[in-house]
Design a protein around this ligand. Sequence first.
Ligand SMILES: Cc1ncc(COP(=O)(O)OP(=O)(O)O)c(N)n1
Ligand SMILES: Cc1nc(C(=O)O)sc1CCOP(=O)(O)O
Ligand SMILES: [Mg+2]
Length: 209
Amino acid sequence: MVSNLKDKLKLYVILDRFLGKGVPLCEQARLAIMGGATAIQLRDKKMQGRDFYRAALAVGEICREQGVLFIVNDRLDVALAAEADGVHLGQEDLPLEAAKKIIPPGFIVGISVRTPAQAKAAQAGGADYLGVGDVFGTSSKPDAKTIGVVGLREVCQSTPLPCVAIGGINVGNVRIALQAGVVGVAVISAVVSQKDIVAAAKALRALIP
Ligand SMILES: Cc1ncc(COP(=O)(O)OP(=O)(O)O)c(N)n1
Ligand SMILES: Cc1nc(C(=O)O)sc1CCOP(=O)(O)O
Ligand SMILES: [Mg+2]
């Protein structure tokens, strides 16, 4: 059971094997946490289930030791087997109502949304937080659809659930995202693609109250 979820969503770093420029996933996690990441997501669209599970065990152990939230992207089976804190599901992933049939109490489910209607449905289905984006335009997810800050604000104002902004977030625009009503930001390239991952995470974390 995770308490103070809002605090744990402040700086949500998503690991990426390819955008991490050769830095191993566990090292990305360690460095991001040293820089102040409050949540880590394991996301890999190409790994086989067995490798993804192994990576989840390894990254999960680091997060547990450091008291950082650990979320697995897409794969509820892997999230449960690796005893992650939760899973993140998009609009094309396993439906929330199906996930709810098999998740234990206290297991966190984050849902990607782009509209107030999607936010409403996620809340009705028992989501714990929302990932809202693509806010500023991202080059890390080819099929992302940009909603802008106006779209972000509309979603935040439509729901009592804690919202995390995602998509093109960096030190130059994080304040704008926060002003739209999110509790935190989720990033890939602004942290894991940077030469100094610790410094990059620190710089972002310093801008999030
Ligand atoms: C925190 C957070 N928000 C949104 C997403 C995107 O999820 P999804 O739309 O399912 O896309 P993929 O990441 O699976 O490509 C996310 N992963 N995390
Ligand atoms: C994984 C993901 N989901 C998005 C969405 O809009 O749902 S945007 C995105 C990629 C975010 O990477 P970066 O911080 O490098 O822009
Ligand atoms: Mg997904």
